[in-house]
Design a protein around this ligand. Structure first.
Ligand code: ADP
Ligand code: MG
Length: 314
């Protein structure tokens, strides 16, 4: 199958969104933007065996590739609309391509985005997506808008994806709880609607891709504040606790990465609204720099100080 037939067969009909004037097939796509909107642009590359296990099912790989890019849009409170796909494949395996295209179609529908172009090349499996999103002019949500004494919230639960990957690496995905954790790696949460809905109440946001402490560090640096995190408040799922135990679960939540939940900062007067939307308050920002962990009101050591702990309860 030549490149053009491949594109036509698998990628010509992924998602449907308004505003596409010229889609796949010409030299460039053309989209029209509603008046008074700004364009948000983000790109992310997933390299096999670096960002995901190459053994992953093609449909799961596709879903994850789109979801991690959509997560960047959510963190800006932008509505994702269109995307391009630069796909590097070792071979044109029809079975793999069909499963990949099906997974991508499911994800595109879930995220309400349309594939409008891309590039197809031969080489080690690498997937690069670029997302284009729409922002009402002036409503972008940055990392830099937070202030001292703002509340800090996270969406969903933390540590699950990293907890699932750790079990996969240890060949320990045997229980339903372990399978659920691993599925959280392949199916990152879609938080765009929540972010757009709450945008008016938020001062800053970042998506948690590298672990809470790391991404909180980015938000604090950009906003020139410090933070205090209450370890007892971290949202940990029953599955994570069952597979890894409390201590390791907290460590995974703080440093694990791959969650793609949102970390949000807001004036405390919006606390009730943000909690009612399902977010968990995990701490607050401070005028003093540095990130400080607390448990039961007492300072607690950071995971770097406690060191690695072996799997617990598996
Ligand atoms: P060009 O040589 O002008 O870059 P290509 O041959 O690379 O054109 O691509 C032809 C058309 O197919 C273009 O519209 C391009 O955006 C689209 N395309 C190529 N690869 C993909 C892909 N993996 N997914 C979606 N569209 C693609
Ligand atoms: Mg090209």
């Amino acid at each position: 199958m030549d490149e053009f037939a491949l594109i036509r067969q698998y990628f010509s009909d992924i998602g449907h969104v308004a505003g596409v004037e010229v889609g796949i097939g010409d030299d460039a796509a053309v989209v029209s933007m509603p008046p008074s909107t700004e364009l948000a642009v983000a790109t992310d590359t997933l390299v096999a065996d670096v960002h995901f296990p190459a053994s992953g099912a093609a449909g799961d790989v596709a879903f994850r590739a789109l979801a991690v890019n959509v997560s960047d849009m959510a963190a800006m409170a932008a509505k994702p609309r269109w995307f391009t796909l630069a796909l590097t494949l070792p071979a044109a395996d029809p079975e793999w391509l069909q499963a990949f295209a099906t997974g991508l179609g499911v994800a595109a529908q879930r995220c309400n985005v349309q594939l409008i172009g891309g590039d197809t090349t031969r080489g080690p499996l690498t997937i690069t997506l670029q997302l284009l999103g729409e922002l009402p002019a002036g409503q972008r949500l940055l990392r830099s808008g937070a202030r001292a004494d703002d509340d800090l919230f996270v969406t969903g639960c933390l540590g699950e994806a990293a907890g699932g990957l750790a079990l996969l690496k240890a060949s320990a995905v045997t229980t339903d709880a372990a399978k659920a954790l691993l599925q959280r790696f392949w199916e990152p949460p879609i938080r765009t609607e929540l972010a757009v809905q709450l945008a008016g109440q938020l001062r800053a946001a970042i998506d948690v891709s590298d672990g809470l402490l790391s991404d909180l560090g980015h938000l604090c640096a950009a906003s020139e504040v410090g933070a205090r995190i209450d370890l007892n408040a971290l949202p940990l799922s029953p599955e994570l606790l069952a597979c890894h135990g409390q201590l390791r679960a907290v460590e995974l939540a703080l440093t694990g990465g791959d969650d793609y939940e949102l970390l949000l900062a807001a004036d405390p007067r919006h606390r009730a609204t943000i909690e009612a939307a399902g977010c968990t308050r995990v701490g607050r920002l401070t005028a003093a720099s540095g990130i400080h962990l607390h448990r039961d009101g007492e300072p607690a050591a950071t995971p770097a100080m406690t060191g690695y702990r072996h799997f617990h309860g598996d």
